[in-house]
Design a protein around this ligand. Structure first.
Ligand code: Z57
Length: 832
């Protein structure tokens, strides 16, 4: 059936009334045709609806751009190699306040909005927490009317799709642009040249210029980001790489040399082909560095263009004004090349001297650190850098030299520390550039992402710099957008919150949630709360059945751990706990079993393709599930499910339906965590260590409403030493759980190497670096306290309510407001 059969097409962009909206959807189905005319199934309906919504977004985008242009405020540019946007339709109509109108319009075609929204593919241009944080930040920037944009890369294939096969995880390319994305707008007039390789030429007057090599083009795609209940819409500008017609060698092509004729075109395609290509090989490393430079160079050229565009007299000179109009935030060290690139553009293109360029750069850029794990602190080979970016390497060497001179001349007492503080590590075996050191030396501010993490930065990782620049270091505890992560993903609970607070203002003023505290014992609220949770649990159970074929009981305790699979996050401890629980259930009498709290343990997450132990953990969860779930003696009391292909839209189903969630990293290793905030906001109780933002969540929700266990961050180093020195005596329960797996209870796969990683480093073990053995007994004890608490329904629901009530601090609106005031120096610029 064609759309026109149902509703007459009408080109009424940004229509507000259901019938006009339906006409506009019908218009897009026919006049922005991407499908053959007679088809109007759910998929076609999604694309036509999205294009209709895009009309609204574009209008706001244009108004906002013009308003910023006229007002000329200081603007922030968030540079990130990752954005985990997920789906956009529900969020867009929700933020614009037109959900009801679009739902009614779609009914005229016989469709439910929710089902149509489910047609959308996730935009997964990120790996995990860091990318999703960037997306939450964009939502808050737009909502707070802040002049700010995001810059990223338009990867052809986003984060891989995970499939679980007999051998464990398989990776499949995720084709998010198949068929196309209705949200991106290509800007054919926003194109910048990006050079790679080549050499530095020195003119007679000593000026340096980078030439030669290969030059590609960066082409802009804008994804409009609407704020909640505001006219402002900001941009996520994604760069794609292109070669031009001039780069196409027609002579070679006519000669039959098809591949070499289009060599530059295929090199351009490689740049944005995939997110985070494996960097184990030299080729892979070079490509990753190319991506980073591509993002930085295109974004800075664009920023400088806009700085000039906004006032005619900036075309030459006025560079001292630049930091009062531009703030650049580097999301981790991945965009560090923004530093030498801004220096290069200012000196070689705009003609500034070193000191002036340095002053501008320093006042413009700031750096967020997201990890203290040494393997994640980027170090680039000086040789690779010199080959790909010869001029930038010169600039980095000069920064390094001047930093050393500064320390020597002003801080005699620090001379012994200089080598480790330097930007360059000139170890003759492998000379590298230390990107984090470059960020600290060049940026005006360095921040961590939770109190504990920021303190570790000051006391350990960056301690030496602290005495030189005591005011450079800050904390900005992460946050999440309450729109996506409560209002839109959990409409049942949202309605209850609105009803009891007598306002829906909490959606943009999350601190209002504390108003729920006074109803924490109210029986009527308890009944409504429990009903909403049950509805979400049923939705979750349906998802699990759909994707795994496993039936789970919505009356059991839903216990969830979803995040990237990593040894420091200790999914292995979770599964050892489940194995221990299973063994005890097997040993019990049938009568005793009936007193046990039934539990469904769910684990989800992707393992990096070459991370062997992470992949073994995925396999183990699946193997344990296969045995437990089919064991008729116990499967009423325990199920273990691996949730495949965890991503943003799966999280939106799992989090509302969760009752207990696990955030159990080795203390000091998880910089913040952000899903912990999402769970708590949705009335889920946390079992966790004193790590990252857990510390602050526990403070806010109250220690009675958080199941705490495990070593503290300041004990970890000593405990590792003890373990090394053979002073650790493992708990028998820990030994029992490992032994049960070693005995082959979960199949024939050889888990020896995985389990050996938990043994002391005497003989075959690898030292249990993540202290699973030390924390296991207190973890099991905490789980026993969970079981007891869950038996008391009233108590549990009260804990749940108090978690939601205590989550106000973790709104990304609060986080972004602090960045705006304390790092960027920008203020709201609402479209009138
Ligand atoms: C990433 O997702 C995070 C840190 C990194 O260094 C990289 Br690379 C990717 C995460 C942290 O592990 C989380 O603890 C944190 O909540 C998140 O970044 C956002 O700050």
């Amino acid at each position: 059936m064609s759309a026109a059969d149902k509703v007459k097409p009408a080109a009424s962009p940004a229509a507000q009334e259901p019938s006009a909206i339906a006409g506009n959807i019908s218009y897009h189905a026919q006049y922005s045709p991407h499908f053959s005319p007679l088809a109007f199934g759910p998929e076609q309906a999604f694309y036509a609806t999205a294009e209709s919504v895009r009309d609204h977004l574009l209008q706001r985008w244009n108004d906002t751009y013009l308003h910023f242009h006229k007002t000329d405020p200081k603007q922030t540019y968030y540079l990130s190699m990752e954005y985990l946007q997920g789906r956009a339709l529900t969020n867009a109509v929700g933020n614009l306040g037109i959900t009801g109108a679009y739902a009614d319009a779609l009914k005229k075609f016989g469709y439910e909005l929710e089902a149509i929204a489910g047609q959308e593919r996730d935009a997964a241009l990120g790996n995990g927490g860091l990318g999703r944080l960037a997306s939450c930040f964009l939502d808050s920037m737009a909502t707070l009317n802040l002049p700010s944009w995001g810059y990223g890369l338009r990867y052809r294939y986003g984060l891989f799709k995970q499939r679980i096969a007999q051998e464990g995880q398989e990776e499949i390319a995720e084709d998010w642009l198949d068929k196309f994305s209705p949200w991106e707008i290509v800007r054919h007039d926003v194109v910048y040249p990006i050079r790679f390789f080549g050499h530095v030429e020195i003119s007679p007057d000593g000026k340096r210029k980078w030439t030669g090599g290969e030059v590609l083009s960066a082409l802009a795609y804008d994804v409009p980001i609407p704020g909640y209940k505001t006219k402002n819409a900001i941009s996520l500008r994604l760069w794609d790489a292109k070669a031009t017609a001039e780069d196409f060698n027609l002579f070679q092509f006519n000669d039959g040399q098809y591949e070499s004729a289009a060599q530059l075109h295929s090199r351009a395609q490689q740049i944005c082909a995939v997110l985070y290509p494996g960097d184990a090989t030299e080729e892979g490393k070079l490509l990753r560095l190319k991506q980073q430079y591509f993002l930085c160079s295109a974004s800075l050229q664009d920023i400088i263009f806009r700085f000039k565009e906004r006032k005619a007299d900036r075309v030459s000179g006025k560079w001292s004004e630049f930091p009062s109009k531009v703030a650049v935030q580097m999301n981790d060290t991945h965009p560090t090349l923004a530093i030498p690139e801004l220096m290069r553009l200012l000196m070689d293109v705009e003609g500034l001297g070193w000191d002036e360029a340095w002053d501008v750069t320093n006042k413009t850029v700031a750096y967020t650190n997201h990890t203290v794990l040494p393997e994640a602190l980027e170090k680039w080979s000086q040789a690779v850098m010199r080959k790909l970016l010869p001029r930038h390497m010169e600039i980095i060497e000069e920064i390094d030299k001047r930093f050393r001179e500064m320390v020597i001349s002003t801080r005699k007492d620090m001379e012994g520390k200089i080598e480790s503080m330097r930007v360059l590590d000139n170890n003759p075996e492998k000379p590298v550039v230390r990107m984090a050191n470059l960020c600290v030396v060049a940026g005006h501010t360095v921040n961590g992402v939770a109190e504990l993490h920021s303190n570790i930065l000051k006391e350990e990782l960056f301690a030496d710099y602290l005495s030189i620049w005591p005011k450079k270091f800050q904390n900005k505890t992460n946050g999440i957008t309450p729109r996506r992560w409560l209002r839109f993903c959990n409409p049942e609970l949202s309605e209850i919150v609105t009803k009891w607070l007598k306002t829906d203002q909490w959606t943009s003023n999350l601190d209002l949630l504390t108003g729920l505290r006074k109803f924490a014992d109210d029986e009527k609220l308890h009944a409504e709360w429990a009903a909403a949770k049950l509805a979400s649990k049923k939705r979750l159970a349906k998802h699990v059945l759909d994707v795994t074929g496993v039936t789970i009981d919505p009356n059991s305790l839903f216990d969830i751990q979803i995040k990237r699979i990593h040894e420091y996050k200790r999914q292995l401890m979770n599964i050892l706990g489940a194995v221990y629980r299973y063994k005890k259930l097997k040993e019990m009498s049938a009568a005793d079993r009936q007193k046990v709290t039934p539990r469904t343990v769910m684990v989800g997450g992707k393992a990096f393709a070459t991370y062997t132990n992470a992949k073994r953990i995925v396999k183990l969860v699946n193997d344990v599930g296969a045995v437990v779930n089919n064991d008729a003696d116990v499967n009423k009391y325990l199920k273990v499910v691996f949730i495949p292909n965890y991503n943003v839209s799966v999280a939106e189903v799992l989090i509302p339906g969760s009752e207990l969630s696990q955030h159990i990293s080795t203390a000091g290793m998880e910089a913040s965590g952000t899903s912990n905030m999402k769970f708590s906001l949705n009335g889920c109780v946390i079992i966790g260590t004193l790590d990252g933002a857990n510390v602050e969540i526990r403070e806010e929700v109250g220690q009675d409403n958080f199941f705490l266990f495990g070593a503290k961050a300041d004990q970890v180093a000593g405990l590792r030493k003890d373990r090394e020195n053979g002073l650790f005596k493992p708990d028998p329960r820990f030994e029992e759980a490992k032994q049960f797996i070693r005995s082959g209870a979960f199949g024939t796969y050889d888990y020896t190497p995985l389990l050996d990683s938990l043994e002391g480093n005497t003989g075959f073990g690898r030292g249990d670096y993540f202290l699973v053995g030390y924390d296991f007994p207190s973890y099991i004890d905490a789980q026993a306290r969970v079981d007891e608490a869950y038996k008391d329904k009233k108590k549990w629901i009260k804990m749940s309510i108090l978690n939601t009530a205590g989550s106000g601090k973790f709104s990304s609106d609060r986080t972004i407001d602090q960045y705006a005031k304390e790092i960027w120096g920008i203020s709201a610029c609402p479209v009138p």
